[in-house]
Design a protein around this ligand. Structure first.
Ligand code: C2O
Ligand code: CU
Ligand code: CU
Length: 508
């Protein structure tokens, strides 16, 4: 389907269901805040106005649930075989209220997939979402283009398909999976479809005594009746930011550890659009890994910024008894219109540190693994991110563009050659931060530039998603090893849906 660069107020006819259409219909004379369902100023319930509703209270302080593990049905080493079914389900977020969600194998977040470097993976995907296409995209993973769940390869409602790929040596890392169908990714993800895929190293330098816990952050907005409201115009502009940030599906769950314990945690930002600037009160964070696996050496961190789709691997040391809380700090990512959510001061996880000491923990090694810097690029490219916003006689026009264009599935934007090292310069001349993501490979950020000032990243790392702040330019080195069409896009999923995406066709 051909998409125009600008989307008018009737974008709902293309992008959303009929209910959203009524909510999103607007013209130059109407006051957005007075429209039913719009709640421009108060949709998130943070600054209370006449129309605002208190967000439903969710129980807090329950014991952190382990993510269910996706069982390997292969029965022989070297092969991971399983089935993932996307289907409607219900969840109990608020007491006495069932919330209709979408789930993989009945759970949201979906089951944790754990496989090893060198494994072959064969996962049968069953799309049981009535009337909607879907796909499974293996975010960050080095899988062939035709196995990567691109919007060009939809799985029809009711259909099955097998995704098959090998996990190369050296690919250990914190990946994830989520749908990527054309025009429906944002909604399928906020309704519940996302899960963690951890590729483990055969020889892992991190002491096993630290454990290994995946913490998946998702965003939830609940209406008074327990349902999840559809996206509003504010959500489409800014990306959907809900009322609650959940960890593995729970609000501020509790974890108990002994004093002196060290824990390995993998943080996943699986929200559509929430920027998480995080701080661990009363505990010490050390970054040990990024999107694509371990760093060269551990790096102590007072705070971290996890933009949508990014992951970080940490070792957290709990050396003082009492409560250690993972909390959010203020981060201004550029908000359009009123109703900027209060993103500071949320407690995402509370760790109870006992005053009895843990058994002595082995130290974290000083070297984790080598990362070879990608060499001199032979090609350089510039990707300019812009937003356009205008009122015209038919309503508000929003455009989220790369190099002046909105996504078109039938258009190849970049032709690249497999094996070439390329310098990509991502230039954000828009009013919001845009987390840039590239499929099919891991890249290395080499430099950031803002107001004429250059900054090097604090460490060399493999990444597939990097935040590009408004007014900032990020330069990265990337190399695609395999041929095929790959997506690159803003990982605020509403922006991706509105056109901030392109295709790089990698040729052999
Ligand atoms: Cu996580 Cu193209 O996506
Ligand atoms: Cu991806
Ligand atoms: Cu964006």
């Amino acid at each position: 389907m051909h998409r125009r660069g600008f989307l008018a107020a009737n974008l709902a006819t293309v992008l959303a269901g009929p209910r959203a259409l009524a909510q999103m219909k607007m013209d130059g004379t109407s006051n957005m805040a007075s429209m039913p369902g719009m709640d421009m100023g108060d949709h998130a319930g943070h600054d209370m106005g006449a129309m605002a509703q208190d967000p439903a209270a969710l129980p807090e302080g329950e014991a952190l649930r382990e993510l269910p593990l996706l069982a390997n049905e292969a029965g022989r080493p070297g092969l991971f075989r399983a089935r993932l079914t996307a289907e409607p389900a219900t969840a109990r977020f608020a007491a006495d209220q069932d919330t209709p969600i979408l789930a993989y194998n009945g759970t949201s977040p979906g089951p944790l997939i754990e496989a090893y470097e060198g494994d072959r993976v064969e996962i049968t995907f069953a799309n049981r979402i009535a009337g909607e296409q879907s796909t499974i995209h293996w975010h960050g993973m080095p899988v062939p283009a035709d196995q990567d769940g691109n919007p060009m390869d939809p799985v029809a409602a009711g259909a099955d398909r097998v995704y098959a790929f090998e996990l190369p040596e050296g690919s250990a890392g914190s990946y994830w999976y989520h749908p990527h169908p054309h025009g429906r990714t944002a909604e399928q993800v906020y309704r519940g479809l996302a899960g963690a895929f951890v590729v483990k190293a055969k020889a892992d330098p991190i002491p096993a005594a630290y454990g290994d816990t995946a913490l998946i952050f998702t965003d939830l907005r609940l209406a008074a009746d327990g349902s999840m409201p559809e996206n509003t115009m504010t959500d489409m502009m800014n990306g959907r930011v809900g009322d609650h940030v959940l960890v593995n599906g729970q609000k501020n769950p509790k974890l108990a550890v002994a004093m002196g314990a060290k824990r390995r945690v993998r943080l996943y930002n699986a929200t559509n659009a929430r920027f998480l600037r995080l701080h661990f009160a009363n505990a010490a964070m050390t970054v040990i890994g990024s999107d694509g696996g371990l760093l060269e050496k551990p790096v102590a961190a007072e705070e971290i910024l996890l933009s949508p789709a990014e992951r970080l691997e940490l070792v957290v040391a709990f050396d003082r008894p009492g409560a250690a809380a993972l909390t959010t700090l203020d981060y201004d990512r550029g908000w359009m219109g009123p109703g900027r959510p209060a993103d500071a001061g949320l407690t995402l996880l509370t760790v109870d540190v006992s005053d009895t000491a843990a058994e002595a923990m082995p130290p974290l090694p000083e070297r984790l693994r080598p990362i070879v810097p990608l060499g001199a690029p032979t090609v350089s490219r510039r990707l300019l991110f812009t937003e356009t916003m205008a009122m015209n006689p038919t309503g508000m026009e929003m455009g989220f563009l790369i190099n002046g264009k909105a996504f078109d599935m039938a258009r190849v934007d970049i032709v690249a050659r497999a094996g070439d090292t390329e310098l990509w310069e991502i230039v954000n001349q828009a009013d919001m931060d845009h987390p840039f993501h590239l499929h099919g490979t891991q890249f290395q950020v080499v430099e950031r530039e803002r107001d004429g000032k250059l900054a090097k990243p604090p460490y060399l790392a493999w990444k597939d998603t990097v935040n590009v702040a408004r007014g900032e330019t990020v330069r990265l080195l990337t190399r695609q090893e395999r041929p095929g069409a790959r997506m690159y896009h803003c990982h605020i999923l509403e922006h991706e849906q509105l056109g901030m995406m392109g295709i790089v066709d990698v040729r052999a």
